[in-house]
Design a protein around this ligand. Structure first.
Ligand SMILES: [Zn+2]
Length: 202
């Protein structure tokens, strides 16, 4: 027997006799804080104050012969009643948030098209507020917020970089084939809509 092995045997024997580990069962019940189960798809409810659509009046359609695609206000009137829960901040005429700028008609047309084509729109079933952000530090950003009733909504900010930024940037690359390379603006919108879907169902 080597000296080293003998030493180990003695060490184990010494520890076994003089260094017992006491096991004292805890009498305190373990209580884990858990959230009550959340029913799928009912996370957010509609605040009644946002964009009431007059009953009996169909949403304005860009396909109407009278629709002027150069008028941003008409695009907002087409978007908001078509997608319940969507609020587009015009950033003029009294509807403002800090740091906003007015959308161009072209951008709102792309927003309309992105909503039409977005494959996961069924998961964006809470309130979404779109803000055209005048800052230049990001292409888009989705922020989860809570209204006065404690219901979650998502504020999506879209900035100039949305025109030049690759939409997926590694996180959600599977969206890239859905968009032509130069449609980064819509890709950014889709990216941020995905954050909203995850916020409502994550
Ligand atoms: Zn993102």
């Amino acid at each position: 027997m080597s000296q080293r092995l003998l030493f180990l045997i003695l060490l184990v024997a010494a520890l076994g006799s003089s260094c017992q580990i006491e096991f004292t069962p805890s009498v305190e019940p373990l209580v884990l804080a858990t959230l009550p189960p959340q029913p799928f798809g009912t996370v957010a409810t509609q605040p009644e104050t946002i964009h009431p659509t007059p009953i009996g009046e169909p949403p304005l359609s860009p396909l109407d012969p009278a629709f002027d695609p150069e008028d941003p206000a008409l695009w907002i009137l087409a978007i908001e009643p078509r997608w319940e829960g969507v609020d587009v901040i015009a950033c003029e005429g009294g509807e403002m948030v800090v740091g906003c700028q007015a959308w161009t008609a072209e951008e709102l047309e792309l927003l309309y098209g992105a909503m039409e084509d977005y494959p996961l729109l069924g998961y964006v079933d809470g309130d979404v507020v779109f803000v055209r952000d005048r800052r230049a530090s990001y292409a888009g950003q989705a922020r989860s917020r809570f209204d006065e009733e404690g219901d979650i909504y998502v504020e999506i900010h879209i900035a100039d970089l949305a025109w030049r930024a690759s939409p997926a940037n590694g996180l959600l690359d599977f969206f890239d084939p859905l968009f032509p390379k130069d449609d980064y603006f819509q890709g950014t919108l889709a990216h941020e809509l995905t954050h909203a879907a995850i916020a409502f169902h994550g």
